[in-house]
Design a protein around this ligand. Structure first.
Ligand code: FAD
Length: 407
């Protein structure tokens, strides 16, 4: 896409970042007749490190924003998933709500094309050199200055807009980190149609293997502070999968549970990873990026219509309440899934229950929300804890006094 600029240098909305959050914001704002400029330092199509799992809830957002079905060939549908804890299988499901695999290179270029079609102006291959929040303008690397009435920071986890607002884009103590490698496609038909998730592959995180037509995306991710050896973890995980060497791996921060309670200030809003809107259990970020991008555009449009652009952040904060509630509940559930004390109980309960696994998949599909999942897990936990305690007790009695119980 060739960068072009209008003569005027003041825009209703300037969006920094052309990932899913930026594209959703641009399309939604342009569809409301606003003068929108989206700036990205990259030229598209460009690669973005990501598993490329597009969930049902992301698809619902896509349809809502772009008012169409995705084009043929953008996604590969998968309906089978298997869960593991190290070498131990935790269950397989063959008819879960559909999951969609894609490459971000293709997805993001497609979304940006839709934003342009809706009327947004794109300026790609252009870095922002300075952001002046008080002066409501930003300066491009080539020296041009652009004024905005509302600025949407959709510039990812290392967001320059978040840094300008809050001094730093994320908290290094709570940030996540993920490593990935595109590996050869798998030939075994059963493996090729199955999305695989491994809870033991990282500490406070997990591993994934997403089999696609042209490659298998293999990755591990989790809290950075808990995984100083993430490279070794990916090597170990690739070996477990029998995928060979994980040489040439790439890494990226993931705001894994580090979201902004106030995702903006005045006429400046943060969407997607820039606001930390990533699920702290699954690491899924595309759905919330699309959703928060749309909500940022709606809040901006309303604030501009009311002649109070400085009120945009308050409107946006109210609009993102549901996203933040969902992330808060996921953060409450996270120790149950990942902590040393609870993880063994959780994994036994998860492995033994199709209902919990089914609920997890329905949550990813957008058919169930986190409050309902929390309720389901909370109800099962005392029984699971009691069973776990009994099994350990029987095991230890067996070890000290008599024959082992059958496995
Ligand atoms: C290894 C890994 C695997 C993941 N797997 C999945 C998955 O399978 N499914 C899922 O839902 N989520 C996944 N995620 C999370 C997901 O990638 C993000 O949540 C999602 O990309 C957020 O979208 P975004 O638009 O907010 O930001 P991004 O997609 O990061 O887009 C930000 C854009 O801003 C641009 N930009 C940045 N700084 C500037 C600047 N100064 N000037 C101009 N432009 C700038 C960048 O070039 C980029 O195009 C994964 C993340 C990682 C790290």
């Amino acid at each position: 896409m060739l960068p072009r600029m209008k003569d005027t240098d003041t825009r209703d909305i300037v969006i920094l970042g052309g990932g899913p959050a930026g594209a959703a914001a641009a399309a939604s704002a342009a569809a409301r007749g606003l003068d929108v400029l989206l700036i990205d330092k990259a030229r598209f199509p460009r690669d973005k490190l990501c598993g490329g799992l597009f969930t049902g809830r992301a698809l619902t957002e896509y349809r809502h924003i772009f008012r169409r079905a995705p084009p043929e060939g953008l996604f590969e549908e998968r309906r089978a998933i298997s869960f593991h804890m190290g070498a131990r299988p935790m269950g397989r499901m063959d008819d879960v709500p559909p999951m969609f695999l894609t490459m971000r290179r293709d997805l993001d270029a497609h979304l940006l094309g839709l934003a342009q079609e809706a009327g947004a102006e794109l300026l790609t291959g252009q870095r922002v050199a300075a952001i002046d929040l008080a002066g409501e303008c930003l300066t491009l690397e080539d020296g041009r200055t652009i004024r905005f009435r509302v600025l949407i920071g959709a510039d990812g986890v290392t967001s320059a807009v978040a840094r300008a607002l809050f001094g730093r884009p994320f908290d290094p103590a709570t940030i996540g980190f993920a490593l990935e490698k595109e590996m050869p496609p798998v030939s075994d038909p059963e493996t090729a149609r199955t999305v695989r998730v491994d809870f033991g592959a990282a500490d406070w995180g997990y591993g994934w293997s997403f089999p696609k037509r042209r490659s298998t995306t293999v990755g591990v991710g989790g809290l950075q502070a808990r995984n100083p050896d993430m490279k070794a973890r990916l090597h170990g995980y690739a070996a477990l999968l029998d995928q060979g060497e994980a040489a040439g791996m790439k890494g990226h921060f993931l705001p894994f549970g580090d979201y902004r309670r106030r995702p903006g200030r005045g006429c400046v809003l943060l969407a997607g990873d820039a606001a930390g809107f990533v699920d702290p259990i699954t690491g899924e970020g595309i759905a919330h990026a699309l959703g928060s991008g749309r909500l940022a555009a709606e809040a901006a449009a309303r604030a501009l219509r009311e002649g109070r652009p400085e009120g945009a952040a308050a409107l946006y904060r109210a609009a993102t309440r549901q996203i933040r509630l969902s992330l808060r509940i996921a953060a409450l559930l996270r120790p149950i899934v990942f902590s040393d004390r609870m993880a063994p109980i959780f994994s036994r309960s998860f492995a033994g229950s199709r209902r919990v696994k089914g609920a997890y998949m329905r949550m990813l599909a957008g058919e169930l929300d986190y409050p309902a999942l929390l309720w389901l897990v909370a109800r099962r936990l005392p029984v699971a804890a009691w069973r776990s305690w009994r099994m350990e007790r029987v095991g230890s009695m067996g070890r000290s006094t008599g024959p082992r119980p059958p496995a």
